[in-house]
Design a binder for this molecule. Structure first.
Ligand code: MN
Length: 313
């Protein structure tokens, strides 16, 4: 692999332990990239803070009943950020494409950075994977045509992704904050979404609606799961770029994640993940970084369990 060109070693490893790439089941790569943040700056410090948090919490998942400490994780380090945004997006794209080639059977997790990194990841994935669906777990649609004269703003990332994979191949979970323009785009393109009101009324029915859409291994052979940490309520995740009231609880999110990931696994759909928008300078007692680390642990737990048990839901 020629990843060394784009990646430099980080100060610590996700989970705090160094592992061998070939033996690893999970690959973690940091993307400390921030260029269009308009409110609470600091997402560039997130990979560092999430790694530190991950090194100081337990890895047992009670939902999966497995110790994620037993799942070897290889932390690649951080993608080197250029002063030029297009160059940075190109590097993210290259790393995503190289990992898709070389880590076929592994779970790949990108640690943002601002949400714009998802565009780089999907650009890389479409070079190597067919029939990609993207599920955005986010308080926002991020579907503006442009924001503050910038088409590559974090507020436009899913619009750019929709142009790559088709609007029918994007799905939203947890939305509650958007513009009239974005809602109109969603309705015009028949985009499937579940808002927070629906989730709070019936988490089970909301999950079923998402699974029904994403369940087809033909239209969604590969599923990229993008988690903007602002999907959580600010009381659980205060340290994000754009906090938004009335968000999800960790319990609802973890239940959803387990059902989503185990269904994708039992369908043999391949999965990549990004976790974005943690802003450590705006955090409180590191709770958002800890929640981001825990979210990743729950994803790994459900992915690993389903992969090894071949269980059908
Ligand atoms: Mn958001």
């Amino acid at each position: 692999m020629v990843l060394e060109v784009f990646v430099s070693k980080a100060y610590s490893y996700f989970g705090g332990v160094e592992n061998d790439f070939n033996k690893a089941k999970v690959i973690v790569v940091g993307v400390p990239f921030e260029s269009s943040t308009t409110y609470k700056t600091g997402t560039r410090f997130a990979p560092y803070a999430i790694r530190i948090a991950s090194s100081n919490i337990e890895f047992y998942s009670i939902r999966a009943d497995i110790d994620v400490d037993e799942v070897p994780i290889y932390d690649l380090g951080d993608i080197t950020i250029s002063g030029n945004r297009d160059e940075t997006l190109k590097r993210i794209e290259e790393v995503a494409a190289i990992l898709a080639d070389n880590a076929d059977s592994k779970l790949i997790v990108f640690l943002g950075g601002e949400h714009t990194i998802t565009l780089g990841v999907v650009r890389g994935l479409i070079r190597r994977r067919k029939n990609i669906c993207v599920i955005s777990i986010d308080a926002h649609f991020d579907l503006r045509e442009e924001y503050l004269d910038d088409k590559l703003s974090h507020a436009c990332v899913m619009r750019r992704v929709a142009e790559l994979v088709s609007p029918q191949n994007i799905i939203f979970y947890g939305v509650r904050a958007f513009s009239g323009e974005e809602k109109e785009y969603v309705l015009r393109n028949n985009i499937v979404y579940v808002d927070v009101q629906e989730i709070l009324k019936s988490p089970t029915r909301s999950t079923a609606k998402i699974l029904e859409k994403i369940n087809d291994p033909i239209t969604c052979t590969h599923v990229h799961v993008s988690i903007d940490m602002d999907v959580y309520d600010p009381s659980y995740a205060p340290g994000v770029g754009n906090p938004e009231p009335e968000g999800l609880t960790p319990s609802i999110m973890f239940d959803f994640i387990h059902r989503l990931i185990s269904r994708l696994q039992s369908n043999n759909q391949t999965i990549t993940v990004d976790v974005v928008e943690v802003s450590p300078p705006n955090d409180c007692n590191d709770v958002t970084s800890i929640l981001a680390a825990k979210t990743i642990i729950e994803i790994i737990a459900s992915w690993y369990l389903s992969k090894h048990s071949n269980s059908k839901e």
